[in-house]
Design a protein around this ligand. Structure first.
Ligand SMILES: *Cc1c(COP(=O)(O)O)cnc(C)c1O
Length: 385
C-alpha cells in the first residue's frame, strides 16, 4: 500500500528525524538526563512563542491546555468574553460555560476575522471582565485573527487577561506573545509542531501568574501552579510525555537547520500563497479573503458542479491524497487543505497536481496544468527574494 499523503490541519506528518528521536530508550522523568532534556528543550521552544516565560508541557491534547487556561484563571460566576469566529471559538465558549463562567460572546460570521475596533466596542460597555479568550488561527475557517491588535483592544479597554488558543498555528505563524501582550498562549503538538498528538504547551505572563495565584482553582491534574513549582526543578508534577519531548528537541533542531524560526514562518507564507493562487487558476473559490488568510491551512469551496464528498473520497482512494472536510455549518461545502509543519512547497505542487488529476476524472472544465503553474510561479518567485 502507498502511504497516505496527509494534508489535514492536524494531525500532520512527522519528520523521520523526529520519529527517530522519539525511538530513543525510555528514561525516567526523575533523573538528570530528563531535567537536562526538559530544560534545554523548553528554553529552545520559547522562540516559536515569542516569549521569555517558561513553557509548560502537559501530557495531553490541546483541549487540556485550553481547559487549564480557563480553570486556573477564573472560577464559577466570573465574567469573561470569548471572541468566536468559528467552531474552535465556540469550543472555547463551551469550556468556559462548563466551568460555570458567565460568557459574553462576540460572534462573527464564519470566514471573517475579528477586528480591534469590534473588540474594543464590545468591551467598552462591560465591566469586571476577568479574561478575554480568542482563537489565533480558526481551524474551521482558515482565518488568522489579528491577535496583536486584539491584545491592544483588551488592554486599552479593560483589566482582563488576554488568553489565546494557538493550537493550529504556533510553529507556523508569527507569534510575539510578550511584545503583543498575550497573557496565556497555548498550543498542541500535532498541528504545526510536527509531533504526534499528546503534548500540550502553555506559556503564562507575569500578570496572569498573579491572577492564577489568587484564583480559587479546583483542578488537580491541570494545576498550573504545581507545573510552575516543578518547572523550577526542570521537571513536571507527574509523568510527562517523555518520548514526545525527545521528539520536540529534534523539532527544534529542524527549525534551526532551516535557518531559524523566521524562515519556517516564511515557508508557511509561501505555501499559503501557492495554494491560493493555484485554486484561483482553477476557478475554485476560497472561503476567506487574502487579508486574514491562515498560513497553516486553506479552506477551499467545493469545485462548481461537483459533489464534494465524492470528490474527496476519490482523491483519497485513487491518489492517496487526504484532505479534511468542513466542520459544523461548513460541512459538505468546503474542504480544508492543511499546509503546516512538515510540509514544503514541493508537497503543495504534488497536491495541486493530484487535485487537477481528480478534477479531470470528474470532467471539470479547466486548463490542464494551470493550477500547478500558478503554484510553481509563486514558489519560484519566492526563491528570487
Ligand atoms: C485542534 C484544535 C483544538 C483541539 O486540540 P486537541 O488536541 O484536539 O485537543 C483546539 N483549538 C484549535 C484552534 C484547534 O485547531
Amino acid at each position: 500500500m502507498y502511504s497516505n499523503i496527509l494534508r489535514h490541519p492536524g494531525p500532520t506528518p512527522i519528520p523521520k528525524k523526529v520519529e527517530l528521536a522519539m525511538a530513543q530508550d525510555m528514561i525516567s522523568h526523575r533523573t538528570e538526563e530528563f531535567t537536562k532534556l526538559y530544560r534545554e528543550t523548553t528554553e529552545r521552544v520559547k522562540t516559536i512563542f515569542g516569549t521569555k516565560q517558561n513553557i509548560m508541557l502537559l501530557p495531553s491534547g490541546g483541549t487540556a491546555a485550553l481547559e487549564a487556561a480557563v480553570a486556573n484563571t477564573a472560577s464559577a460566576g466570573d465574567e469573561v468574553v470569548v471572541v468566536t469566529i468559528g467552531a474552535f471559538g465556540d469550543y472555547f465558549v463551551s469550556i468556559c460555560e462548563k466551568h460555570g463562567l458567565h460568557v459574553h460572546k462576540l460572534e462573527k460570521n464564519w470566514g471573517e476575522a475579528c477586528t480591534k475596533e469590534e473588540l474594543a466596542n464590545f468591551l467598552k460597555p462591560l465591566s469586571g471582565i476577568k479574561s478575554v479568550f480568542a482563537t489565533y488561527n480558526e481551524t474551521s475557517t482558515g482565518i488568522l485573527n489579528p491577535v496583536d491588535q486584539l491584545a491592544e483592544a483588551v488592554h486599552e479597554n479593560s483589566d482582563a487577561l488576554f488568553i489565546v488558543d494557538g493550537v493550529s498555528c504556533i510553529g507556523g505563524a508569527p507569534a510575539e506573545m510578550d511584545k503583543w501582550g498575550i497573557d496565556i498562549l497555548v498550543t498542541g503538538s500535532q498541528k504545526a509542531i510536527m509531533l504526534p498528538p499528546g503534548l500540550a504547551f502553555v506559556a503564562v505572563s507575569d500578570r496572569a501568574w498573579k491572577v492564577i495565584e489568587m484564583n480559587d482553582t479546583t483542578v488537580y491534574y491541570l494545576n498550573l501552579l504545581s507545573y510552575r513549582e516543578w518547572d523550577a526543578k526542570s521537571m513536571t508534577p507527574n509523568t510527562p510525555a517523555i518520548s514526545l519531548i525527545m521528539g520536540l528537541s529534534a523539532v527544534c533542531d529542524l527549525i534551526e537547520e532551516e535557518g531559524g524560526f523566521s524562515k519556517t514562518v516564511e515557508r508557511h507564507e509561501v505555501m499559503k500563497n501557492m495554494v491560493r493562487e493555484a485554486m484561483r487558476a482553477l476557478s475554485i473559490d476560497l472561503l476567506t479573503s487574502d487579508e486574514h488568510a491562515s498560513p497553516t491551512l486553506t479552506t477551499i469551496c467545493a469545485p462548481k458542479g461537483l459533489d464534494l464528498s465524492d470528490f474527496l473520497t476519490h482523491l483519497k482512494k485513487k491518489y492517496h491524497l487526504d484532505f479534511a472536510g468542513g466542520l459544523g455549518q461548513l460541512q459538505g461545502k468546503v474542504f480544508r487543505f492543511g499546509h503546516m509543519g512538515y510540509c514544503f512547497p514541493s508537497d503543495i505542487l504534488q497536491a495541486v497536481s493530484l487535485i487537477e488529476a481528480a478534477l479531470q476524472d470528474f470532467s471539470y472544465q479547466f486548463e490542464s496544468g494551470a493550477g500547478v503553474k500558478a503554484a510553481q510561479d509563486v514558489f519560484l518567485s519566492s526563491l528570487k527574494k
